[in-house]
Write a protein that binds this ligand. Structure first.
Ligand code: PLP
Length: 227
């Protein structure tokens, strides 16, 4: 295993941010509690996980001022385990999932902060809303019934490619959609404030294109053995 110095990694990453105000969400999936404690000691409070069970186990074992971000595809039957504590669900990729989050939020009388994940990559496998569907939903009536969710913005993942111009154009498109929605009339439970885009390999491009939060795993914690 590669030896990493976490606090040095963190300093180097944040120094290389084109936008110093962008929030770094440290993606700790597959990493042990000890690694999160090390990042916590270095001042990080926002952590991203992509599996419900892993997130709930870590949440139970770690300080309560950590803000837990769900970033991975979320199954509807598992929503109930995270709604009591999750800080932000980045990966709301369908209306069915959003309705389930609303239902579980209502049960515990909590409004759940969400981002809508938009499909911007050319890969088939990436989850998310398409642009037309998203616009129709945000300006439609179905959202009026969802009073236990708060949509705080959008999330997207670029195509996994070394073609930086392609990555840039995908982020640029998402950012343009975000800005356009921001200027439009939106229901009270929607505030277009956060744009979650950028990972270890593309966070600088993402920030140049307007990202407000980046989700960085391997550049902080070192390579993962599995994903
Ligand atoms: C794993 C993951 C990341 C972080 O990826 P790195 O390349 O390790 O920075 C970001 N976003 C999502 C949705 C992920 O699943």
């Amino acid at each position: 295993m590669e030896k990493t110095n976490l606090s040095e990694n963190l300093t180097a990453i944040t120094r290389s941010f084109p936008n110093p105000d962008c929030l770094l969400v440290a993606v700790s999936k597959t990493k042990p509690i000890a690694a999160i404690q090390e990042a916590y000691a270095a001042g990080i409070r926002d952590f991203g996980e992509n599996k419900v069970q892993e997130m709930t186990e870590k949440e139970a074992a770690l300080p309560k001022d950590i803000r837990w971000h769900m970033i991975g595809h979320l199954q509807r039957n598992k929503v109930k385990y995270i709604v009591p504590f999750v800080h932000l669900i980045h990966s709301v990729d369908s209306l069915r999932l959003l309705k389930q989050i609303n239902k579980e939020g209502r049960k515990i009388n909590r409004v759940i902060p969400c981002l809508l994940q938009v499909h911007i990559a050319s890969e088939e496998s990436k989850f998310g809303w398409d642009e037309a569907e998203l616009i129709a939903f945000l300006h439609g009536e179905e959202i009026d019934e969802l009073q236990h969710i708060r949509v705080l913005g959008l999330m997207g993942m670029a195509t996994n490619t070394s073609d930086t111009e392609k990555i840039r154009s995908e982020f640029h498109g998402l950012s343009a959609l975000f800005e356009r929605l921001k200027r439009s009339e939106l229901p009270s439970q929607v505030q277009m404030e956060e744009l979650s885009m950028g990972m270890s390999g593309d966070y600088q491009i993402a920030q140049e294109e307007g990202s407000t939060m980046v989700r960085i795993g391997s550049a902080v914690f070192g390579a993962r053995n599995y994903t």
